[in-house]
Ligand binder design. Structure first.
Ligand code: C5P
Length: 309
């Protein structure tokens, strides 16, 4: 723990979930360097908290899982979120953001984006701005492709860079296990490796050479039905080969979870966290026990960023 915040009168606390991409279809590289996506986000019950308190100037502190890996200056995505929201309203970002981390850092579960989303909601409440949910999502989209979704939670199709969201219905609870790897993977590096593997395979890597990504109707229906067996048959991540290429040990982790009873396994987002879909809570606990102390069990869907006491 470092720089733990003292409780402050008037502080606003927001709880925000992690995500797993149950579908991540990646189009070709665009002229702006991004990739068009068709991705289905599912919010999962691993949560960070962000406490926003009045302060003379913008200040960031953090405690919890993996905090040595996050910057505590103006480059922190949560700090940039507070600054962007303040600037939009012609304010100075006079806030102390204290981040309590439980989502793996640089793990492919959008932990940094979740903190930025939480900071937007917490600062909106702290400063009494009354911004609409759509407005917060639009400020979030300028900060990163994954920032709007944690504000929404549940499940959603993401198109464009992944930031244009269409909510999806989820008909039941899904049991997940997440194997958190030591050390993160850089998202741009994983996209770059995906491009490299495509060029090497002779398919080309540019928009126009790669098929336009589209949502899988079977997966959308599997979420709606709440059937884990149906969902297991549809899980797909175009970044998985790239993540495994950069971190070959992930292949063994994926195999170990499957052998322990997972219905399906995939790399979460750009990795290196591996995600396992279990048929029920008992099997999820068994898979987690097999994978070791770094494995986490979580239910989905989880609600989006929420102000809590
Ligand atoms: O939007 P975000 O800041 O999360 O993206 C981080 C990096 O991931 C981008 O700079 C880009 O290299 C890559 N990326 C991409 N296509 C996307 C989303 C992210 O190439 N749709």
């Amino acid at each position: 723990m470092r720089n733990q915040a003292d409780p402050v009168d008037g502080a606003v606390t927001v709880r925000v979930p992690a995500k797993v991409n149950v579908q991540l279809s990646v189009g070709g590289r665009r002229p702006d360097g991004f990739h068009d996506l068709a991705t289905v986000f599912l919010a999962v019950g691993l949560y960070d908290r962000v406490v926003a308190a009045p302060a003379p100037e913008l200040r960031i502190t953090a405690e919890g899982l993996g905090v040595d890996g996050i910057p505590l200056d103006g480059t922190n995505l949560a700090a940039r979120a507070a600054a962007a929201l303040a600037a939009r309203y012609g304010l100075e970002p006079r806030v102390h953001l204290h981040i309590v981390k439980d989502i793996p850092v640089a793990g492919g579960m959008a932990g940094g984006s979740a903190d930025a989303a939480a900071a937007l909601l917490a600062c909106d409440r702290l400063w009494g701005l009354g911004a609409s949910a759509q407005e917060l999502r639009s400020v979030g989209a300028q900060l990163g492709s994954d920032v709007p979704f944690p504000l929404l939670g549940g499940a959603a199709l993401g198109t464009g860079r992944g930031d244009v969201l269409t909510p999806l219905e989820v008909g039941g609870s899904f049991h997940w296990v997440f194997a958190v790897a030591d050390g993160g993977l850089s998202t741009p590096a994983v996209y770059g490796e995906c491009d490299r593997l495509r060029r090497e395979g002779g398919d080309g890597d540019l928009a126009g050479q790669v098929p336009e990504p589209a949502a899988d109707p079977g997966l959308v229906e599997a979420l709606r039905s709440g059937d884990p067996y149906a969902l297991a048959g549809c899980l797909a991540n175009d970044l998985q080969a790239a993540a495994v290429s950069l971190r070959p040990g992930l292949a063994d982790t994926l195999d170990a979870g499957t052998e322990a009873g997972a219905l399906a396994a995939l790399v979460s987002g750009s990795g290196p966290t591996c995600a396992f879909l279990a048929p029920d809570a008992d099997t999820a606990a068994k898979i987690a026990a097999t994978l070791g102390p770094a494995a986490r069990v979580a239910l989905a869907p989880a609600p989006g960023a929420t102000v809590v006491d």
